[in-house]
Write a protein that binds this ligand. Sequence first.
Ligand code: GDP
Ligand code: ZN
Length: 360
Amino acid sequence: MIDLINYGYKQFYMEEENDNSDFIPARVTEVHRELYKIISQYGEGNARLKGSMLKNVEFTEKFPAVGDFILIKYNTQGDSIITKVLKRTSIFSRPDYSGHGVGYVKTILEQVVAANFDYVFIMASLNYDFNMNRIQRYLTVAWQSGGVPVIVLTKADLLEDYTEQVSLVQKCAVGVDIVVVSAVTGFGLNRLASYMKPAKTLVFLGSSGVGKSSLVNALAGEEVMLVNTIREGDSKGRHTTTHRQLIMLTNGTMIIDTPGMRELGMWDIAEGLGEAFSDIEDLFTRCKFANCTHKSEPRCAVLEAIDNQTLERSRWETYLQLKREAKFTDDKAGYLKEKTTFYKKINKDMNNYCKSGGKY
Ligand code: GDP
Ligand code: ZN
């Protein structure tokens, strides 16, 4: 028997008395189109949503996400049935910007990508792409999530001196633990130890290339295991693979890593750009040419503002950098396609549910 407490479960998650012993708690480790991978006292397993959960509009924003604790009707023969998502202590969700959707579907304006994590590691590299604005945006997202943010500044081995970066972060992130690390030399990893405790769940926020995978590997040695390969008396796990979503390190710490997580901060940057740089975007309207690229055109309002020092060059460069990072948000087609697939799945589930006369 597996003790779900080792997976972060606490009695507290169960809001009301669970007097039906047919229903047991479990944790979601992977979310697939119609199938959920879960871990319960009986070990790993598959589960599906109970039909009535699909009908219940109130429930739609509560579709199970990776990290969720759920109640299942355990099935020894096949897939267990998810009857309830237990309350969440923290959540990251991905907003839907379309504003469309009708009736039943309209309520799914937020897609939860991770739940019930304890710490949010905000990762930023100390070298050339160190960017305070980005750290601040991640920090905002992290505070809103309900998890405890920890700022992890990576690649310390590449710099002689990083006191300036650290003091900048200290000023902007009062009360947040700041840890400088190097995955290459192992520097600072011991300072992360207080977060790397059994039954605790971590998530990582950070642009690609900051060293998230390297840090996980450095923390885990060679022994990152999949949650669902862990068996009693079996200490040899397979190595982690990218599509897995909730992994457990050998020391019992869990890490949630989903594609949705990787996008999270980016969406926010794109959203925030206009607000934070409205003065710059105002300038665009005053360039002589409507299609001005603000590089070398005559009567470019941006270049003029830099020239007469009403706009700091560094601020302009920050804007350009953030804009580049957020560029894939222009790839709305890709995002919408994914969303449509999500809706289609729900519609299909609804149809099946109706056709079966209410039985799933
Ligand atoms: P991720 O995209 O955030 O998962 O970043 P990766 O872990 O894949 O790292 C991106 C690149 O940075 C790789 O080439 C790593 O070898 C390198 N890298 C990661 N951590 C460190 C570090 O602490 N020091 C140095 N010098 N390079 C690092
Ligand atoms: Zn211009």
